[in-house]
Design a protein around this ligand. Structure first.
Ligand code: SF4
Length: 459
């Protein structure tokens, strides 16, 4: 946001926040809520950082705020429905708080049809801006503040990546750090390439500088993010090796990875780099080749398995997790069963599975679909039961081992804390000292369940 128009707009927003502070004795408050994936959370933190730089102060509830921004997600229909419900509910609030600005941004705002629906049916929304408009945040906000009229920016072209955003991170020990944006893959069910544009990668120098800063600020875990992180155009394995050289007590994770770009080089880099977690989240989506083709995934189940085999030839219990779509249009029960068999063959530590959700504007949304949602729900249950069996057995490999765990919060059980080990497995252990959240500890694993392991802190 370093160009002259943005600088001028920043001054205009600052004039407003300064005036507000003079009149009320406090700065205006802003509330930013992000729906959806880590990338969206990270965008929300950048928008928040930009607003704080302009003189706003962050607050924890929309009722107090002079500026409310909902950063939306378009990946599944129910994510969109949630947003419609939230902005619908805000109609009365907005009528009673005319000076409060209500903004909507993110993937839903970038979708033409959705944005038109919001413009037509939700007059309470003052500011609508898509994912490509973030560098113009100050200009858009200054316009709304000065003209007191709705402003819409759903420009369809992604510009250069802006390195000027200051990200106000909520979490003080684990940081999301986007290294690339957009996607070139056009999987037939996915809206991302339409709302996030084509792939653009940040320069390795910029990524390295940010990681160094985060480490010196005390961050213990850095998540490298991208819709397709391993197609990072400057070489993802090389980036991992470069970041691994940075001194400090921290670990590196990344997501999401596409199987077509998961190479032996990537596995080697993960295994060679002591700071990179020994876990690969690799989205499978289906274990049936016809469905994979219909999805335009550009790999077969066997291609996928080759990567698993390579990783396990180097480290017998290399950890994989995955995403699965159940009930893709035209999928038969037999084809679904191929996925069930495949998850058993790979032995995933964890799967994130969803019933297929049609997204208008994508190719798959127009495909005939003879299976009811109810039936798909039953298939999903079947898949989860299969995975439950796999992980119950597979997670028991940790029993007796000592794992390094980054403590990330309180466990459900009173007097227990929880965290994740290198393989991204949830580890619960008795410890009443909440001051230890954000620190690494060694935990000797004494038992396992189907979704987590438990143990005791050891030296
Ligand atoms: S690779 Fe991922 S983000 Fe890209 S189109 Fe496919 S599902 Fe969407």
């Amino acid at each position: 946001m370093a160009d002259i128009a943005a600088e001028n707009a920043l001054e205009r927003v600052k004039e407003y926040t300064g005036r507000y502070r003079m009149q009320h004795g406090t700065p205006p408050l802003c509330y930013v809520h992000s729906f959806g994936c880590q990338q969206n959370v990270s965008d929300g933190e950048k928008l928040l950082g930009a607003l704080v730089k302009a003189g706003y102060e962050k607050c924890g509830s929309f009722e107090q705020a002079q500026l409310i921004i909902f950063n939306t997600c378009a990946v599944r229909e129910n994510a969109e429905d949630k947003v419609y419900a939230v902005i619908g509910d805000l109609k009365k609030f907005k009528a009673a708080h005319r000076d409060t600005i209500l903004g909507l941004c993110g993937c839903m705002a970038q979708e033409k049809k959705t944005s038109e629906r919001i413009q037509a049916a939700y007059p309470q929304v003052d500011l609508i801006f898509g994912t490509f408009a973030y560098p113009r945040l100050y200009e858009l906000l200054a316009e709304v503040l000065e003209r007191k009229k709705r402003v819409v920016d759903i420009e369809e072209t992604a510009g250069e990546i802006s390195e000027d955003f200051f990200q106000l991170r909520e979490n003080k020990f684990s940081a999301f750090l986007p290294i690339m944006y957009g996607c070139n893959n056009f999987c037939t069910y996915c809206i991302v390439p339409y709302v996030r544009g084509r792939e653009r990668s940040r320069k390795p120098e910029a990524v390295e500088a940010e990681v160094r800063q985060l480490v010196s600020d005390g961050y213990r875990e850095i998540w490298l993010l991208g819709q397709n992180v391993n197609s990072y155009s400057y070489g993802f394995p090389a980036l991992l090796r470069r970041l691994n050289e940075i001194e400090g007590d921290f670990r590196i994770r990344f997501m999401s990875s596409h199987p077509k770009d998961a190479t032996p080089d990537l596995i080697d880099a993960i295994l060679d780099c002591d700071k990179v977690c020994k876990h690969l989240h690799l989205a499978l989506q289906s274990g049936n080749d016809r469905i994979l083709k219909e999805m335009n995934r550009r790999y077969t189940a066997e291609d996928y398995y080759k990567i698993v085999e390579y990783a396990r030839s180097k480290r017998e219990d290399f950890s994989f997790s995955t995403d699965i779509i159940v009930g893709f249009p035209g999928e038969s029960y037999e084809e679904f069963c191929d996925t069930k068999k495949f998850i058993k063959r790979v032995k995933f530590d964890n799967i994130y599975s969803f019933v297929y959700s049609p997204r208008s504007g994508t190719k798959a949304a127009g495909l005939p679909d003879g299976v009811s949602d109810k039936q798909k729900g039953l298939w999903l249950r079947e898949l989860l039961l299969e995975q439950r069996e796999v992980s119950t057995q597979w997670l028991s490999r940790f029993v007796g081992r000592t794992c390094r765990v980054l403590i990330d919060g309180k466990a459900r059980e009173p007097g227990w804390l929880t965290g994740k080990n290198d393989e991204n497995i949830i580890v619960n252990f008795p410890c009443a000292d909440e001051g230890m959240i954000g620190q690494f500890v060694n935990v000797k694993i004494t038992g396992s369940m189907n979704w987590a392991v438990r143990g005791e802190i050891t030296e």
